[in-house]
Write a protein that binds this ligand. Structure first.
Ligand code: GDP
Ligand code: IMO
Ligand code: MG
Length: 421
């Protein structure tokens, strides 16, 4: 079983690479997160954005599994399924859902909005999909799981909703009951849609597949710097996005993990609030945003852009046990005269290469500067075509991170991917 995950603050290009690697596997599994994710795939002139569904669905008849660590909004799930059906992709039979995955209720979304409003200036800038409140209910042992829809569900739903409405009232958050009723109707249509899929004991299913020698690729959502334990807390998501999350999010033991593919952009982005030491507020940042089309695939928000942060990346490589790196969006830097990379942070006059407890305070990124390659990379097919300056950047990163870069992506299309070894 191999794992593929983001090493930065999300949107590294996980969806694209999962799709590219899927032919090497028999199963693709999502292990955490929910519709806060937006994974973009482009091929043969089509573009798809997946939120809860694994990115292995477009490569033949591979089995795709939504694991127990994922949270599902049935209404959004149905929307995704309907959209895919319209474009000729039927998933029943090859999309399996864990009975232990938790459900995002309409009132979880309201609680997400209420929590953000209560935080005021200190808001996280969540995607507003109810992620935090759903995982909160899971951990406080109040959640509803996919398996619950098979038995006495109306009662369980009413109990949970009434608890949420009480909390919302205590928070002075006004709820429009007519609007809520409308959302609930769509939500229950989503529940009917979920029932059309195989709801399984995914931990048994996956371990059986492992015993039979089947190859599994686990797809992460968000990124290591958004991990609930190791990310830039509290400006994080509410799940374990790190490699270990694949074990708890699928019920597979650590000894089954083989390769760990860590994805990063040739630069860095972040959506929502929170610290971002290498953020650029100048024309270079704007150029990255324009060339990289850095606008959120879920919320459309402009992504904050900056130079690659090797302090954070080194930390992510360590926490995730990355065996192979994948560099995305190399083409976005094609027109830059020089490329910068943060190799250390300067805090109170002292340099550190280790990610500190808190990256919110005053700190200055220590930047190395390398020559730009000033060459259009988007049509390149093999590494033999790479300009010398680009190879120099790759070697520099490999040395700094201590791991080889196996794939380089030079454009959004499936075909714009170069394997190096
Ligand atoms: P994910 O959430 O990690 O799957 O990433 P997103 O799909 O949210 O964001 C990545 C964006 O970059 C998408 O719009 C992709 O189509 C696009 N993309 C992926 N790889 C490349 C690349 O190498 N070059 C360029 N220019 N765009 C890319
Ligand atoms: P993919 O899988 C980028 C960010 C939000 C916010 C914080 C918490 O596409 O890489 P949440 O709604 O999870 O409670 O929001 O996390 N965030 C993401 N940023 N890519 C994502 O997913 C994200 N999912 C959540 O912007 O800052
Ligand atoms: Mg994304």
């Amino acid at each position: 079983m191999d794992v593929l995950l983001g090493l930065q603050w999300g949107d590294e290009g996980k969806g694209k690479v999962v799709d590219v690697l899927t032919p090497n596997y028999e199963l693709v599994c999502r292990f955490q997160g929910g519709p806060n994710a937006g994974h973009t795939l482009e091929f043969e002139g089509h573009k798809y954005i997946l939120r809860s569904i694994p990115s292995g669905i477009f490569q033949g008849d591979k089995i795709n599994v939504v694991g127990n660590g994922v949270v599902i909004d049935p209404a959004l799930f149905k929307g995704e399924i309907d959209q895919l059906a319209k474009s000729g992709h039927q998933l029943t039979g090859r999309l399996l859902i864990s009975k232990k995955a938790h459900l995002i209720l309409p009132t979880h979304r309201l609680l997400d909005a209420a929590n953000e409003a209560a935080k005021g200036q200190g808001k996280i800038g969540t995607t507003g999909k109810g992620i935090g409140p759903t995982y909160t209910d899971k951990v406080s042992r109040n959640g509803l799981r996919v398996g619950d829809i098979l038995n006495d569900f109306d009662r369980k739903y009413k109990e949970a909703t009434s608890r949420h409405l009480t909390t919302l009232k205590q928070m002075n958050f006004s709820v429009d009951s007519a609007e809520l009723a409308k959302i609930e109707k769509e939500w229950f249509e989503g529940i009917d849609c979920l029932k059309k899929f195989k709801l399984i004991d995914s931990e048994h299913f996956l371990n059986k597949n492992i015993r039979e020698g089947k190859k599994i690729l686990c797809e992460g959502a968000q990124g290591t710097m958004l991990d609930i334990d190791f990310g830039s807390y509290p400006f994080v998501t509410s799940s374990n996005t790190v490699c270990a999350g694949a074990c708890t999010g699928l019920g597979v033991a650590p000894r089954h993990i083989g390769r760990v593919f860590g994805i990063f952009k040739a630069y860095c982005t972040r959506v929502g609030s929170g610290p971002f030491p290498t953020e650029l507020f100048d024309d270079e940042g704007k150029l990255m945003r324009d060339r990289g089309n850095e606008y959120g695939s879920v919320t459309g928000r402009p992504r904050r852009c900056g130079w690659i942060d090797l302090v954070a990346l080194r930390y992510a490589v360590m926490i995730d046990g990355v065996t192979d790196l994948i560099m995305m969006k190399s083409d976005v830097l094609d027109s830059f005269d020089t490329i910068k990379a943060c190799v250390a942070y300067k805090i109170d006059g002292k340099e550190t290469e280790d990610l500190p407890f808190d990256i919110q305070g005053e700190m200055e990124p220590v930047l190395a500067e390398l020559p730009g390659w000033k060459t259009d990379m988007t049509k390149m097919q093999s590494e033999d075509e790479f300009p010398e300056e680009f190879n120099q950047y790759l070697s520099f990163l490999e040395e700094e991170l201590g791991v080889r870069i196996k794939y380089v992506s030079v454009g959004p299309d499936r075909a714009q991917t170069i394997e190096r070894y």
